[in-house]
Design a protein around this ligand. Structure first.
Ligand SMILES: Cc1ncc(COP(=O)(O)O)c(C=O)c1O
Length: 403
């Protein structure tokens, strides 16, 4: 009876409210140095958002190389594409390789020319071997930018994702494992470039109004989607899906309702929200323990889900933060899987990222077969604190009926 569950979750807690007050009164700014120590790098600055960090990286590369062409696999959040454009970059899409989760290496190799400025790799579900292989192959050929937005704290042999290549960035937004409501970080390997960046950076104070708005969103998430009230809100959510109530769906799946504003959104000009200094420090201390919990849960899915219904991602060696556990369905689409699970009381994510080539009508779909495939069949399973191993057993049993 109390078995209904939703993917909607934020790690923001009551204690974080006190930490916001503490930061308001004491105005400390030591979260940045703590992240630097954690990631074992010096060249890192906090930013207003993950996309702001990418925007800054693209500007730096364009200025340094006087080249504008950036490669990326189209299966990502549109905000990333927008950030590149705002910074003056030009996007060249290359298909994802569904086996590795990275940009297709051979296609990338054949496209690199004198006008190429950089390649953005989105860390989704790749394993350490494939990430290492990719970076080794391209590190002296082109600037590599790691999008580690959803993978703060993941590492390969003690070196953290986001700091493996020339540039990297992270996101600390409301649903991330290191949550400061908004926020991000930029990593720049080259000392000279980093020092110049630090000196020339122009930023404004983060407005308090945005913090209030975000706190209201957190409050709604906490009130409606805890395991107790969700027993009721599940039925409301069902109606929202059935009647396609855009106003709410926009909040649950903002990625499906993105818009490209012509002018640079003001948030790109803001500094990190220093009201979140103490929240960040507190959450940083929870990273390892929370990761271990998610890892155990992901492994249960991995053990229980039948190979005949899905490909299961083997990224259990710290190289993925496992915000959710990724599988690729073999027999039904993610949308169908979502509605079948919804009928049984489980609201699982039906859309992770989108195929951004669809926005451009001059791109031949046959060049993006894996992206189209991934968009339809990838399925992300929840491992957050409101999901127990019992829930995982039930969800896996339902998925195993998708033969
Ligand atoms: C893969 C990926 N890249 C970039 C971003 C952008 O991060 P932010 O929302 O902090 O700008 C996100 C945000 O969810 C993301 O998932």
């Amino acid at each position: 009876m109390f078995s209904k569950r939703t993917r909607l979750y934020t790690s923001f807690n009551i204690i974080n409210l006190f930490q916001i007050l503490k930061s308001f009164f004491f105005k400390k700014k030591n979260f940045e140095s703590q992240i630097q120590n954690y990631l074992k790098v010096k060249n890192l600055k906090l930013t207003s958002l993950g996309r702001t960090a990418l925007y800054d990286i693209i500007k730096l590369i364009i200025k340094d190389k006087n080249k504008k062409k950036f490669f990326i696999a189209p299966y990502t959040i549109p905000a990333v594409i927008h950030a590149v454009k705002y910074a003056g970059g030009e996007i060249k899409f290359i298909d994802i390789n569904k086996e590795t989760g990275l940009i297709d290496e051979d296609k990338l190799e054949s496209e690199i020319d004198d006008n190429s400025a950089g390649v953005i790799i989105t860390h989704l579900y790749s394993n350490s071997e494939d990430i290492k292989k990719f970076i080794t192959r391209f590190q002296n050929k082109i600037n590599i930018i790691e999008d580690a937005a959803i993978n703060f704290g993941s590492k390969i042999n003690d070196k953290y994702l986001g700091t493996l290549a020339d540039y990297g960035f992270f996101s600390f937004n409301i649903v991330k494992n290191l949550n400061t409501l908004n926020g991000g970080a930029i990593y720049i390997k080259n000392n000279e470039t980093y020092n110049k960046y630090k000196l020339e950076r122009k930023i404004k104070k983060f407005p308090i109004k945005i913090t209030f708005n975000l706190l209201i969103t957190v409050l709604i998430l906490k009130i409606m989607f805890n395991n107790f009230s969700y027993q009721f809100f599940h039925f409301i959510l069902k109606i929202i899906y059935e009647k396609r109530i855009d106003y709410i769906l926009k909040k649950i799946y903002p990625i499906l309702y993105h818009t490209y504003e012509k002018n640079l959104p003001v948030i790109y000009q803001y500094d990190f929200n220093w009201l979140m200094n103490d929240v960040g420090i507190y959450n940083l201390k929870q990273i390892e323990i929370n990761y271990r919990e998610r890892l155990e849960k992901a492994k249960i899915y991995n053990d229980l889900i039948d190979d005949r219904v899905a490909f299961k991602m083997e990224c259990f060696k710290n190289e993925n933060a496992l915000l959710e556990y990724t599988i690729i369905l073999k027999n039904v689409s993610n949308k169908i899987a979502h509605s079948k699970l919804m009928e049984r009381g489980y609201d699982i994510r039906h859309t992770w990222y989108i195929n951004n080539t669809k926005e451009k009508n001059n791109l031949d779909p046959t060049n993006f077969k894996d992206t189209y495939f991934i968009e339809e069949y990838i399925f992300c399973l929840p491992v957050h604190k409101n999901i127990s191993s019992e829930d995982i057993k039930k969800i896996s049993a339902i998925i195993n009926t998708f033969i």
